[in-house]
Design a protein around this ligand. Structure first.
Ligand code: FES
Ligand code: FES
Length: 212
């Protein structure tokens, strides 16, 4: 609504402020390559949707290049699951709180539900589907099976991808250290003791391989 001067009334001012605020948030997301959940109201997201055109994005997933036409707001997790049918990465919370969606980006763990697919272009993305070498499981996959480190399995792919990073970062020196550096990955079944043991085992394999 506008008055005779063409200036906005209180209600449209709020909308404009929301837009400004969202633009700032999206700027932060670009810098941090992470979305800030809940920062944009559904009405605003809808309004933004009307103004967005599909974006051509090329994603390198597990060594294979994929060309996609995506809504610019598509998260990496939705691109993987909904567009590429790589459903190993799970959507638990969609808010960055559970870690079920963890993947590696250039070797670093990221929560795919908070990462924009468009910003993953040119990066090397590894998901649980790309961890084994043919028939040979990654040592951490093998130790998860050996140690019975899951019950329902919903958190497992995220736990394994985070665990791979935890080991390569050098944060698997003790059960306490593993617990601390794996604290972003939740397990509703409470399989934590087994998960920690599996990561310890795989870390030992990795250090003996490096020494050998
Ligand atoms: S689904 Fe990404 S952190 Fe929960
Ligand atoms: S094994 Fe069920 S949530 Fe972790």
């Amino acid at each position: 609504m506008s008055d005779s001067q063409g200036t906005s009334t209180a209600s449209s001012d709020i909308t404009r402020r929301e837009l400004m605020q969202a633009a700032a948030v999206i700027g932060g997301a670009v810098l941090g390559e992470q979305l800030v959940p809940g920062a944009i109201s559904p009405a605003l997201a809808q309004a933004a949707g009307a103004a967005t055109a599909p974006l051509d994005v090329s994603l390198r997933i597990n060594g294979t290049e994929h060309r996609l036409s995506l809504d610019p707001r598509t998260t990496l997790l939705d691109a993987l699951r909904e567009h590429l049918h790589l459903t190993g990465s799970k959507k638990g919370c969609g808010l960055g709180q559970c870690g079920a969606c963890t993947v590696l980006m250039d070797g670093m763990r990221v929560k795919a539900c908070l990462s924009l697919a468009a910003l993953a272009q040119g990066r090397d993305i590894k998901t649980i589907e790309g961890l084994a070498q043919g028939e040979e499981l990654h040592p951490l996959q093998a130790s998860f099976i050996e140690r019975d480190a899951f019950q329902c399995g919903y958190c497992t792919s995220g736990q394994i991808m985070a665990g791979v990073a935890c080991i390569s970062e050098g944060h698997a020196g003790s059960p306490q250290e593993i617990r601390e550096w794996m604290s972003g990955n939740l397990c509703r079944c409470g399989a934590y003791d087994h998960i920690v043991a599996a990561i310890q085992d795989a870390a030992a394999v990795s250090s003996s391989t490096q020494e050998g």
